[in-house]
Ligand binder design. Structure first.
Ligand code: SF4
Ligand code: SF4
Ligand code: SF4
Ligand code: SF4
Length: 283
């Protein structure tokens, strides 16, 4: 999967036609073979852009910050990234008319050891679902599958699951990199932010980290698109996908046929109410 030439051409065309102010893409780190997101502001810099199976980050995240807000932006989205973008559109965080979207019919990205990333192995929708131009050949929606680590977690008793999460989140340093890296965490005042939170004190205690991450995962329940931007940002590599994928499985099996962000306008499970929802757990 290498669309470097096509992306440089498209970005160059958009700048020369005066259609965008910023292009959000990927470039080499400059010191190894990995890539980082880059914001390009002018035509002369488009040769920095590239796109390969190392283009791992979800660029929709950069649409939530002040420097791109209300600007005309070109960006690249893979299937999972485009689902986050769809939710941002649905939740009125970005304006469609300000965007030029290069969609990718994605063949999967690789992790640091060069293997296909786990979310790509399980990916239900590799093709971009919102775009102006699509690169690659769309392969369509795949069957929903749940990875072994989620099945194992689901089989634990509630007490064992709490103990398990308390243990693995013990090392969380409350840096909030996960939240800042999630395109769907855009609240101006976040209730788990260490400086502004009224719900969670700033002390780095296990219980504070545990509660913050649990709250965070519930705010993403029915919205998370499994791009794993959060997990890539975590400095101590905590397996954050376990929280989100377990929520996704429960919601997918009980409340909705489609995964989050598959179509613009679909607001996700927690925004919907139906008289036929299972409610036998309500006292
Ligand atoms: S999860 Fe799907 S769309 Fe996202 S990078 Fe992997 S294969 Fe591509
Ligand atoms: S919680 Fe993580 S995996 Fe889910 S959408 Fe946000 S960044 Fe992506
Ligand atoms: S964790 Fe919740 S409150 Fe904080 S930014 Fe994300 S969605 Fe908003
Ligand atoms: S990025 Fe990792 S260490 Fe930082 S708050 Fe999130 S889970 Fe904790």
């Amino acid at each position: 999967m290498d669309y470097t030439k096509q992306i440089q051409d498209i970005a160059g065309r958009l700048f020369s036609e005066g259609k965008i102010d910023i292009f959000i893409g990927y470039r080499n780190t400059g010191f190894d073979e990995n890539q980082v997101p880059v914001l390009i502001h002018q035509y002369k810099d488009v040769d920095q852009l590239l796109f390969t199976d190392k283009s791992v980050f979800n660029l929709a995240n950069y649409l939530k910050y002040e420097h791109t807000r209300n600007k005309r932006v070109g960006l690249i989205v893979k299937g999972c990234d485009s689902r986050a973008l769809n939710l941002m559109l649905t939740e009125s965080q970005v304006k469609r008319e300000n965007l030029y979207i290069i969609g990718i019919a994605c063949e999967g990205v690789v992790n640091e050891t060069g293997e296909k990333a786990q979310n790509c192995v399980e990916c239900m929708m590799p093709d971009a679902v919102v775009y102006d131009e699509l690169l690659g050949s769309a392969t369509g929606k795949r069957e929903y599958q749940v990875n072994a680590d989620i099945r194992e977690l689901d089989e634990k008793t509630l007490t064992d699951r709490v103990e398990y999460f308390e243990e693995i989140f013990e090392n969380c340093i409350r840096c909030n990199a996960c939240r800042h890296s999630c395109p769907l965490c855009y609240c101006a005042k976040c209730c788990i932010d260490q400086e502004t939170a009224t719900l969670f004190h700033g002390a780095n205690t296990t219980s504070s980290a545990f509660h913050a991450l649990m709250t965070w995962s519930l705010h993403l329940a029915g919205r998370c698109v499994d791009c794993r931007n959060c997990e890539k940002a975590c400095p101590i590599h905590l397996p954050l996908h376990l929280l989100h994928k377990l929520n996704e499985k429960v919601i997918y099996e009980n409340f909705q046929e489609n995964l989050a962000g598959m179509t613009e306008g679909d607001r996700g499970a927690f925004y919907k109410y139906s008289l036929s929802d299972p409610d036998d757990f309500i006292l």
